[in-house]
Design a protein around this ligand. Structure first.
Ligand code: ATR
Length: 278
């Protein structure tokens, strides 16, 4: 008899560019750990082809997709059903083909960040003054989970001040949230500063007034890399208590996606260790 192994279930991350993605490595380790055989590919697709590639992927048997820059808002438009957190973010980073053949869109970015901040870094966000740099999709994805942790306030500062003001207004029902330009920041310090701008990719740091950082400030860059980012270097030089790159967020958002697809949450510690993350 011909005993061929069943085809592995197919997953992928779609983005543009996407060659730098660690997702195949991370999901490969999660699958190994939970005794699953999966295939997880990289799909580098420009915006014009996002919709057709995604629909073809699922029509041809794909089970789940991760979505990365710049397709997260388009993914929210494409799916049949949104989870409440994806709807609030206006962005989708995980699509799951359900038994009903509907595409469910979720956003696990904010949960990933919060797990890293609270479980791995041990931060107590209650009553903390938080500053988010940037007012794009990355900020939109983390605002609600951060606000739900009951910080004293969240200030969004952005190069284009009006975008920060508009974004703060959209989330004003969730707490003390305001928006401004970098030069309008008050001179006093914050407990947590999250860099959600694309500035690190260009090796730049947003121009922050002196005094935003003190010796107990935790600076978190949603970007990550082998060496220091421009923002973590700046934070260390400014005397922050800690300067952390976004490896933990990356692995935790992946674990949340994995759980949605497979119904089991993998242990993230060995994966973080494999990535030599701090
Ligand atoms: P994403 O979905 O990754 O958030 P985005 O929506 O294009 O991408 O937003 C990028 C963010 O990085 C914006 O807040 C952008 O500021 P503007 O709104 O003024 O464009 C910010 N950004 C990009 N390059 C920057 C730089 N060199 N310095 C400061 N902010 C920068």
């Amino acid at each position: 008899m011909n005993s061929t192994a069943p085809e592995p279930h197919r997953y992928a991350v779609i983005g543009h560019p996407v060659g730098h993605s660690w997702s195949p490595f991370i999901h490969g380790l999660f699958a190994q750990q939970t005794d699953r055989t999966i295939s997880y590919r990289l799909l580098d697709v420009p915006p014009d082809h996002f919709r057709s590639t995604t629909l073809t992927f699922f029509a041809e048997g794909g089970r789940g997709l991760n979505i990365t820059v710049p397709h997260k808002p388009a993914a929210a438009e494409l799916v049949n059903v949104l989870t409440p957190r994806a709807e609030r973010a206006g962005a989708v980073n995980t699509i799951h083909l359900q038994d009903s053949h509907e595409l469910l869109g979720d956003n696990t970015d904010g949960a990933g960040l919060l797990i890293d901040l609270t479980n791995h870094l041990g931060l107590d966000l209650v009553d903390m003054r938080c500053l988010i740099l940037g007012a794009g999709g990355a900020t939109r994805g983390i605002l609600a989970p951060l606000a739900e942790a009951n910080p004293a306030s969240i200030v969004i500062a952005n190069r284009t001040a009006q975008r920060a003001v508009d974004l703060a207004r959209d989330f004003a029902d969730l707490g003390e949230i305001s928006g401004c330009g970098f030069d309008e920041l008050p001179g006093d310090s914050f407990g947590l500063i999250i860099n959600a701008t694309a500035a690190s990719l260009q090796g730049e740091v947003p121009p922050l007034p002196e005094g935003t950082v003190n010796a107990s400030t935790v600076c978190y860059d949603m970007a990550y890399g082998r060496s220091e980012t421009a923002f973590t270097r700046w934070a260390n030089e400014a005397g922050a208590a800690r300067a952390v790159k976004g490896w933990g967020m990356l692995v935790e958002q992946a674990a949340e996606s994995f759980q949605l697809w497979h119904g089991v949450r993998p242990d993230t510690r060995p994966v973080l260790e494999a990535l030599s993350a701090p």
